[in-house]
Design a protein around this ligand. Structure first.
Ligand code: SAM
Length: 200
C-alpha cells in the first residue's frame, strides 16, 4: 500500500499525545541495548535493523502520520518485538523515550535540509540535540548520519566539531541500508556518510 504524504512537514508543530509507550508492551525485553533512529520514513532501515540485530531494540521516530501508521503495521505483521515507531518530534524529550536511559546507537539518515537560515531550527541535528545525546550516549557510542545535501553535510560537520562530547570518526559499517540510501545508489546520486563517537 503506498501512502501519500507532504514532502516537508514542520517538526516544530505540536504533537498532541507525544508520550512514551509502556516499554513492556512494545518490546519483549526493554533492557536490551537500545538504538534510536530519527526520521524512519518508510522504515526500510528500521525493519532491517530489527531483523538483523535481534539483540537490540530499535525505536524509530517520524513526524508524518501516514508513514508511522504504515510502518507500525509492518512491524506488527513481521512480528517484531524489538522495534517500535513513535509519531512526533522527540527532540528535547529524549530521556523519556530511552527505556534503558542509554542510547547505544543513534541513526539520522538523510534528514530534511531546511536550507533557509530562518528554518535551521527545524533541523534534527542541532547543538541542543547533541547536548541531549551527550547525556544519554555512553563513551564509544556512535551517532551515524548520511546526507545528499552538500551544504547540510558541511553544516553538520561544523555543528558536531564545536561539541566537546563528539569526535568525528571514519564511518563504521552500518547494519543495513536506508531507503533513501538505496535510491541514491540506484540513481548514482552522491551522498555523504558521517559518524561521530561519544568521547570518553
Ligand atoms: C528524506 S526522509 C529520509 C528517510 C529515511 N531516513 C531514509 O534514509 O530513507 C526524512 C524523514 O525525516 C522525517 N523527519 C523530519 N524531521 C523529523 C523529526 N524532527 N523527527 C522525526 N522525523 C523527522 C521526515 O518526515 C522524513 O520522513
Amino acid at each position: 500500500v503506498s501512502v501519500r504524504v507532504r514532502t516537508h512537514a514542520n517538526p516544530l508543530r505540536r504533537f498532541v499525545d507525544l508520550h512514551p509507550p509502556d516499554w513492556n508492551l512494545v518490546y519483549d525485553d526493554p533492557d536490551r541495548p537500545f538504538a534510536l533512529e530519527f526520521g524512519s520514513s518508510k522504515g526500510e532501515f528500521l525493519l532491517r535493523h530489527a531483523a538483523l540485530m535481534p539483540h537490540f531494540n530499535i525505536l524509530g521516530t517520524e513526524i508524518r502520520k501516514p508513514l508511522v501508521e504504515d510502518l507500525a503495521a509492518r512491524i506488527h505483521e513481521a512480528g517484531f518485538r524489538n522495534a517500535h515507531v513513535i509519531f512526533g518530534n522527540i527532540a528535547g524529550r529524549l530521556r523519556e523515550f530511552t527505556p534503558t536511559g542509554r542510547l547505544d546507537a543513534v541513526y539520522c539518515f538523510f534528514p530534511d535540509p531546511w536550507p533557509k537560515k530562518r528554518h535551521h531550527k527545524r533541523r534534527v541535528i542541532s547543538p541542543a540535540l547533541l547536548d541531549e545525546l551527550a547525556l544519554l550516549m555512553p563513551p564509544g557510542a556512535v551517532l551515524h548520519a548520511m546526507t545528499d545535501h552538500a551544504a547540510l553535510h558541511q553544516d553538520l560537520r561544523g555543528v558536531a566539531a564545536e561539541h566537546d562530547a563528539f569526535t568525528e570518526i571514519e564511518p563504521p559499517p552500518l547494519p543495513a541500508r536506508s531507503g533513501w540510501e538505496e535510491h541514491c545508489l540506484a540513481t548514482a546520486r552522491p551522498f555523504n556518510v558521517m559518524a561521530w563517537k561519544r568521547a570518553a
